[in-house]
Write a protein that binds this ligand. Sequence first.
Ligand SMILES: C[S@@+](CC[C@H](N)C(=O)[O-])C[C@H]1O[C@@H](n2cnc3c(N)ncnc32)[C@H](O)[C@@H]1O
Length: 446
Amino acid sequence: MSGKIYLVGFGPGAEAHMSYRAKEAISDADVVIGYSTYIKLVKDLLDGKEVIKKGMTEEIDRCIEAYEQAKLGKNVALISSGDIGVYGMAGPTYEVLLQAGWSPEDDIGVEIVPGSTALSACASLVGAPLTHDFCSVSLSDLLTPWPVIARRLDAAGKADFVVALYNPKSGRRTQQIVEAQNILLQYRAPETPVAIVKSAYRRRQAIQLVRLDEMADCDIGMLTTVLIGNSSTFVEKGLMITPRGYANKYDALTGDAKEGEQAGRSLSMGLEGWQACLRKYLSENNGLTLEKTADYFGVPLGDVLSAIAAGDDAGKHKAARIAPEKIQAALSASENWGRLRGIVRAEAGAVTELFLHGKDFVHRGDWLNIETGAFHLHVNWAKVDAAYFACRDQRSYGLNFVDAFGRLLFRVLLMKEDGEFNAEPLNAYWTAWDELSCEMTEEEND
Ligand SMILES: C[S@@+](CC[C@H](N)C(=O)[O-])C[C@H]1O[C@@H](n2cnc3c(N)ncnc32)[C@H](O)[C@@H]1O
């Protein structure tokens, strides 16, 4: 006879927040295995059961023990706080079982019993901070290299996720929370609301509502979860709230959000409508550069160019995508545009302007080069994914090359001579525009 393994998440701690199925599973178990603190939290449910307590570092031992006991025909409950599948024992247990040759069709059954994870338990105590997109990041670098954690924090900051930090600090790991604060402050205002919840639904429960720039100085420990708001999160009457909608943020674009939008339909700033909003924004804000527009919408420059190309209502801006098979021809066409300004931007902010001529471009392997007495320009041509003509009302006429992520690789711009664009290069530019660009609709853009 074979037993069964229940992998039970019993919620944040209080019995009232344990699921019905979690109690049933523990009741059905002959053996209950868990970290000693967890065993204490469910002690009222353990009468008549064999209890195996393990230390915090003995995770794999707990899994092996569960399997051994099940092989003896016993029902085993391996317990964990919160949800056992969230930074919990479900993963290691399956790994141990699979390595031992177990499979889901085996006589030993495995059932995962989900529980309320710390981020939802903690959120419930401070208001409604998770009602829009959020993510969780564990600051524990015991098994995850710090650069991976930092990259995830950076992505979460950039993408304006509400962030839940698990394992934020311990006796030995004290600087990770400081680094996390520094990374997120690059994207969020210092006054961004932060909830620090310790021991939610346990005897020593403690809550602090602070600002992002105060976070790292607060009382934070092993039993704390930190919830960091996004750019829309606010605190009112002691409640931390993240609104469900972003429409208010883009009011200026969508007009009267309520009248302009339809119930049950995507926002006018939705998947299909945002490009029209971007063009409207450009038409209403004269003098904006492509870069400033990209910053405003939080998109790469290539997305701005494709949005402009998809309509003819972007104010003083016009753009056209070049047919993929004609990108080289567009570069060759630049030989007829006279003196050019080559623009290369470094991510950190430096902008290099090089005076060059289209005929100086030379391909060597993957590279597009210009080598003069004054400078060497090397562009990784293999990275060019799309190219766009783009002009801004008699002020600039250019050719832009972007990579697969829409990031600008380089741009060439026609130059004025004696304060004016010469007719001949300008005509050659428009001829290339007409011959090499392809029509784009918003649907094609998607
Ligand atoms: C190894 S993870 C386990 C997470 C758990 N499986 C869950 O779903 O909540 C441990 C971390 O969970 C968080 N945590 C667990 N229980 C908590 C509670 N009652 N109050 C606040 N945070 C808690 C803390 O961030 C702690 O460092």
